[in-house]
Design a protein around this ligand. Structure first.
Ligand code: GLN
Length: 211
């Protein structure tokens, strides 16, 4: 794990700074050389080793991806190259194949279709819309403080999707090869284990691709 890694956080909308911080701390704690930058242009996307799509509002994020010159193409290209990507909350929704909103039903929005899951947006309802809970996450362990903010959940997942965590019977973290999706906001918990898991994926991918 000594290749220098360049990690990008998609900076269109949502909690970009928090992800930059969490990934930077994770690199430090792992003694892994690397840098975390915000990215929003195709040439930036093409040069990173891993991408984080933060939480925010997935319909707005999708719209911004669609209208920015060349951005959708560059994201699709890195997805084809199997670049490691972690989507948190709205970021997971944008990566998904299908989604509907529990509150307003179907809504037209851009989905990248890379993560073979169906998402229910705002899955925990209005009353219970923001909360915290300790989670057990496979590959990480237990007592991960999950922070859920108008969070989605995974309603169904294809055969190549591994379920990493469930809360209240609902799937809240998944992995499909190099793609990780979480319903919660790992960048807000002060616990960088999820970002570390992602960085391990990036380091492996870079090693396999560079030599
Ligand atoms: N409810 C938002 C959406 O559906 C996601 C919320 C979040 O990212 N915290 O896009």
């Amino acid at each position: 794990m000594n290749d220098e890694l360049l990690i990008g956080v998609l900076a269109l909308q949502g909690d970009v700074e928090e992800n930059i911080k969490a990934a930077t701390y994770a690199l430090e704690e792992m003694n892994q050389k690397g840098k975390v930058i915000s990215v929003r242009y195709p040439d930036e996307i093409m040069k990173i080793d891993g991408l984080i799509i933060p939480g925010g509002e997935s319909t707005v994020m999708g719209l911004l991806i669609a209208i920015k010159n060349g951005l959708l193409d560059s994201i699709n290209k890195v997805l084809q190259n199997r670049l490691p990507i972690m989507g948190t909350c709205a970021g997971m929704i944008v990566l998904a194949k299908q989604s509907y909103d529990r509150v307003v039903g179907n809504k037209k929005q851009l989905l990248l279709g890379a993560l073979d899951v169906e998402i229910e947006r705002n899955s925990f309802g209005r009353q219970y819309d923001s909360f915290e809970s300790n989670l057990e996450i496979s590959g990480i362990g237990n007592d991960f403080r999950g922070i859920f903010i108008r969070a989605p959940s995974v309603i169904s997942a294809g055969p190549q999707v591994q379920i990493l965590s469930k809360f209240d019977g609902k799937i809240v973290a998944v992995q499909q090869e190099n793609i990780i999706g979480t319903s919660f906001h790992p960048e807000l918990s002060g616990d960088n284990r999820m970002h570390k898991l992602f960085i391990e994926l990036i380091a492996k991918w870079k090693k396999a691709n560079n030599q």
